[in-house]
Write a protein that binds this ligand. Structure first.
Ligand SMILES: Nc1ncnc2c1ncn2[C@@H]1O[C@H](COP(=O)(O)OP(=O)(O)O)[C@@H](O)[C@H]1O
Ligand SMILES: [Mg+2]
Length: 252
């Protein structure tokens, strides 16, 4: 369970996240959408304790993230960051193994290795398991980071732009995996997406941010409307229902 209450991040006198409140207490997929600079990454980073919170509180399973030991938190919430430091001389298998550290304290057991193998297979990375990260394409590397997050095997998973660099086949596979994690494994998944049609197709709930604030939060059908998408992005859009799915179309 994730509870963020009035979370605020200040840089100088600009509130890049401004009193954002969000509760996720049941399995499902929640998409966060919003323009560049809206505060999506900053919000997720505060929830995952990657950034200090300036005002407000964040709890994971009732634990205040600012007062909880790192490994305790890491067994409950995992996060794919938008910018991953380049750990070039690391193999894919080693990187994924890092996801097991909060469980194994550095000495991987047979069960940990099995989780690593599972994550390799899920992300279509078996052929690349022993390659170094700097020997991969952007999309392969992106999948390796997601595999590390999955191997951490937490109930709450935050994915900041997981579709970056992915071709359409791997993007769809990634979102199906996210759905499966929610539906079959009971995970609470939050995913930052730029493609509203992916959000509309795969998410249960959509949270839209603009200028640091959460401006709408609700089921796909209530958020993916012409009025809301136009207000969030400041861009005219047509929304049509195709095969029961809200779809955004743009004029050239
Ligand atoms: N370290 C920083 N110092 C100052 N401003 C920052 C810093 N990090 C992010 N920002 C600003 O905070 C805002 C929100 O950034 P971010 O959360 O990355 O947005 P998003 O993920 O929605 O694109 C942006 O305007 C960005 O320029
Ligand atoms: Mg971002």
């Amino acid at each position: 369970m994730i509870e963020a209450s009035s979370l605020t991040k200040l840089y100088g006198d600009s509130r890049v996240v401004d009193r954002a409140s969000l509760t996720l207490d049941s399995p499902g997929v929640t998409a966060i959408i919003g323009p560049n600079g809206a505060g999506k990454s900053t919000l997720l980073s505060m929830i995952a304790r990657l950034l200090p919170i300036d005002e407000g509180k964040a709890f994971v399973d009732g634990l205040d993230v600012t007062r909880t030991a790192g490994d305790e938190l890491a067994r409950r919430i995992s996060v794919l960051r938008q910018e991953n430091g380049l750990m070039a001389r690391l193999t894919v298998r080693d990187l994924i193994g890092f996801g097991r550290f909060p469980h194994s304290k550095g000495r991987l057991t047979a069960a940990d290795h099995a989780k690593v193998d599972e994550a390799l297979a899920f992300l279509d990375l078996v052929p690349f398991a022993d390659r170094f990260l700097d020997e991969l394409s952007g999309g392969q590397r992106q999948r390796a980071f997601v595999a590390m997050v999955l191997a951490q095997d937490t109930r709450a998973i935050l994915l900041d732009e997981p579709l970056n660099n992915l071709d359409i086949r791997h993007a769809v596979a990634m979102m199906r995996l996210v759905r499966k994690a929610a539906d079959d494994l009971g995970k609470i998944v939050v995913v930052v997406l730029h493609d509203i049609n992916f959000a509309s197709c795969f998410a249960d709930r959509v949270v839209a941010m603009r200028e640091g604030r959460i401006v709408v939060d609700g089921p796909v059908d209530t958020v993916v409307t012409e009025e809301t998408i136009e207000a969030v992005f400041g861009l005219p859009v047509m929304v049509r229902e195709i095969e029961g799915q809200r779809t955004c179309l743009f004029r050239r």
